[in-house]
Structure formats: C-alpha cells, structure tokens
Write a protein that binds this ligand. Structure first.
Ligand SMILES: Nc1nc2c(c(=O)[nH]1)N[C@H]1C(S)=C(S)[C@@H](COP(=O)(O)OP(=O)(O)OC[C@H]3O[C@@H](n4cnc5c(N)ncnc54)[C@H](O)[C@@H]3O)O[C@H]1N2
Ligand code: MOO
Ligand SMILES: [Mg+2]
Length: 408
C-alpha cells in the first residue's frame, strides 16, 4: 500500500492514556544522561540530577520559637526569676545560670541548661527587674529542637525533583550554593506551512502569522529547555526531509502542522519513509493527528497545526515527555473536580479538552471551541476534560486542569 493510500485508511484512534504511556516509555528509553553543576541562582526550572542529602542538622541547635524568656523548669517554684543574660538571634549564649532566666528572641540559640521558653505576653515585670511567669509552664514548650526539620545524612530531595522557588529555598537552608542538575533538553522548534509569516512582516494573499512558534518557544523556555529555532518550513516533502536531516544534534524535533491527511501534510510522510512512525492519531480533541516518530534516530513530535491543538497536545503529552526525559517521575498535572456550568449533550468519540474558566465556582467554557481559535485559551484559565461518550450536564462534576499546572 502506498503511503497516501495508507493514510486515507480509517484507523482506530489511540486512547490518550495509552499514547501518554507510550510517550513516557519512549522518554525513559532516551534519558538525558548528562548533568552539570549550577549555582542556585541559575537552577530554577531545572531537574535535580542526584539525590540531595542534608549535610547538617536543621535547625543546627535548639532555639527559641518566641520572643520571651528561657528557663529551666525545675528552677521555677512560682516565684519571679532574675534575668541573667539577653540572647539575640545570631549570637552565642552563655550556659544558663541556675535559678535565673534568660531574655531570648525568636531564632536565638537556647542556652545550655534551659528546657522551656515562655512568650513575653504571658509574663509580667516584678520587683528588681525579675520576671513573673503568669501561666503554667511545660518542659520543651516554645523550643525548636535540633534536627527537628532534618537530620544530617537524611535525603531531603530525590533525583528527578524539579527545582522551583521552594526547592531552591530548601537547598539554601541546608547550605548548598550549587546543585547537580540534568543538562538542558535541546529542542528544535519547526513551524511547517506555506501560509506562515512571522509577526512584523506584511501578510500576502492566503498568509497568516506564525503563532505556534512564539507559543512553543516561550513555553519551552519556561520548562528550562534549550530552544533551537528551526524557522518556517514550506510544505514540500524534499525540503521536509532535508530540514529534518539537518537537525541531528538535538534531543527532540518539535514541529507544528503537516501531520494530518492533506496533500500538503508532509511530516508524517517523511517519518513514515524513514520507517519510524511510532504514534499517530489519538482519541483527543483538539489534537487528533499528533505524531511521534524518529528521523535518523532523533525523536520527532509533530503537533497538529491548529493553535489550540498545538497548545493541548504540548501541555498534555509533550510536556510530560520532556520532563520524563529529564528523570521527573511526577509528570501528571493536578485535576480538580468542579461543577460544570454548561451542558454537553453530544457524546464524543475523542477525549475533549475544552478551554474553560472558573466563574462563581463553576466551570464555564468558551463559546467557540474550534481548534483554530487561540483566543479561547487566552480567555480561559485551564482545560476541562470531557471523556469519550460522556455528556456532562450543568452541576455535574468535571475535571478541570488549571493552565498553571501545565505552563511551568
Ligand atoms: N480530511 C481530514 N482533514 C483534517 C483532519 C482529518 O481527520 N481529516 N483532521 C483535522 C484536524 S483534527 C486537525 S487538528 C488538522 C491538523 O492539521 P495539520 O497538523 O496537518 O496542520 P496544517 O494542516 O498544516 O494546519 C492546520 C491549521 O493550522 C494552521 N497553522 C499551522 N501552523 C500554524 C502556525 N505555526 N501558526 C498558526 N497557525 C498555524 C494552518 O494554517 C491551518 O489552518 O487537520 C484537520 N484536517
Ligand atoms: O483534533 Mo483537531 O486538533 O480538533 O482540530
Ligand atoms: Mg494539514
């Protein structure tokens, strides 16, 4: 059968879960093995290459959780105690003199011999500057013990953790100024289509502006990828082959357009020729013709050209693939079950991802869900998932995936 005859054949659509599982398995088979050491300031968005082990106890010594007074409980018989020292954060205390208390401030080291801190609001000044404790006291109160957060030698983050502000803060709290991270994934972005013109230039007849390139390049940069802009590729089989053959030193070729069954859709043909088309046609809407293959050993993901299809298939399938190649285990976006603020009477044969937002606690969908309408996504705050065959009605709970789960 010729390639053209083959693509004209109807074939069953692959369920989204199955496609994702296959993509993740392919990602695991091609891990980005190299690591580099980076200062914390440059590590945001990157993936930890090795487990991070605490090099010290945290906190390194017992300290006060309150501004107040430290004392030894056994020294207190209900009478006011004299103050024998003042201890500020960042300063070393003297051992506590028996029969006295110490003025102490939040974060200051507890003096040896003290086993209790009382907040100043529960004290009163007595004669000679002594301190009267007004409430019952218990041993250990308001003390943050040494190692309460982390013990030296304990694993605090595992390889494959993505480093955001919180993880970087945690590494800093343990004194790390550099981390071993997986090297950046190199992704070539290719926009296919005779109709495409870059913004800023004049449009000729039949032309439109290339929006997918900007969307993908910005998104990939957020994901910590090294982007190679491979420009616009005209709809031509020979040019497609030649272009793919040049992109040899990348980890992934990510193209848009040219994956459906039109006579100017050449990406699938080029991959089919090269004998390595692993995935094509998914039960997803938008995004059905998503394509995965290899060209001369380099993985290629062909996203459908319609901008909303590009967005959905990048967010739900390509993003997890790229993260898994860096060793990230948890690549599943959170979904929140929310009451539908719409009726969906017609059951579909593909899993639909509708551009939606939350209004008054309900999921509302954009009026025009055409895959060519990127404005729907700009209006939206996320995607609502409608499963194959299901017909949610007003008030039924539907899974909502916020864009914030996908964009970073
Ligand atoms: N006979 C059939 N036709 C189509 C089918 C089908 O099953 N049978 N599927 C439709 C679906 S679903 C989709 S999605 C599209 C996917 O098409 P391609 O991936 O081949 O993309 P193109 O045909 O090249 O372009 C589609 C659409 O998107 C616009 N586009 C492309 N690239 C960009 C870009 N970088 N920036 C902005 N807009 C872009 C392009 O102009 C087209 O309008 O196929 C359906 N057809
Ligand atoms: O699957 Mo296409 O992406 O609906 O327009
Ligand atoms: Mg097409």
């Amino acid at each position: 059968m010729t390639a053209v005859a083959e693509v004209r054949q109807a074939r069953p659509l692959m369920p989204v879960e199955q496609a994702l599982a296959q993509l993740l398995a392919l990602a695991e088979a091609a891990p980005i093995g190299d690591a580099e050491s980076l200062p914390l300031a440059e590590a945001e968005g990157r993936v930890l290459a090795s487990d991070l082990v605490a090099s010290l106890d945290l906190p390194p010594w017992p300290n006060s959780a309150m501004d107040g007074y430290a004392l030894r409980l056994a020294d207190w018989q209900g009478e006011p105690l004299p103050v024998s020292q003042r201890i500020f954060a960042g300063h070393a205390p003297q051992p506590l003199q028996p029969g006295t208390c110490a003025r102490i401030f939040t974060g200051a080291p507890l003096p040896a011999g003290a086993d209790c801190v009382e907040m100043q609001e529960n004290t009163a000044e007595a004669e000679d500057g002594r301190v009267r404790f007004l409430e019952p006291l218990t041993s250990g109160q308001n003390i943050r013990p040494q190692g309460q957060e982390t013990r030296k030698g304990e694993q605090v983050m595992s390889a494959g953790t993505r480093l955001g502000p919180i993880e970087l803060g945690l590494a800093a709290s343990l004194g790390y100024d550099r981390l071993q991270v997986v090297r950046k994934v190199r992704v070539a972005v290719l926009s296919t289509g005779d109709e495409l013109v870059e913004p800023g230039l004049a449009l000729g007849p039949g032309q439109i502006y290339n929006s997918n390139r900007r969307l993908l390049v910005s998104w990939l940069q957020r994901l910590g990828c090294d982007v190679v802009d491979a420009g616009i590729l005209p709809d031509d089989l020979a040019r497609t082959r030649a272009c793919l053959a040049e992109l040899v030193d990348v980890d992934l070729i990510l193209s848009t357009g040219g994956v459906s069954v039109g006579e100017a859709d050449y990406l699938g043909a080029a991959l089919r020729e090269a004998g390595e088309l692993a995935l094509w046609k998914l039960a997803i809407k938008p995004g059905k013709p998503l394509t995965f293959g290899h060209f001369q050993g380099v993985p290629v993901i062909g996203l459908p050209g319609n901008p909303a299809s590009t967005l959905v298939t990048f967010g739900l399938l390509t993003r997890p693939y790229l993260l898994r190649r860096q060793g990230v285990t948890d690549v599943t976006p959170l979904r929140f079950d929310m009451p539908a603020g719409f009726d969906w009477p017609k059951p579909g044969t593909r899993r639909e991802y509708l551009r939606a937002r939350i209004e008054q606690g309900q999921v509302r969908i954009y009026k025009n869900q055409s895959s060519g309408v990127l404005r729907s996504a700009a209006w939206a705050e996320g995607l609502v998932e409608v499963r194959e065959g299901s017909t949610p009605k007003q008030g039924d709970r539907v899974p909502f995936i916020p864009f914030s789960e996908l964009l970073g």
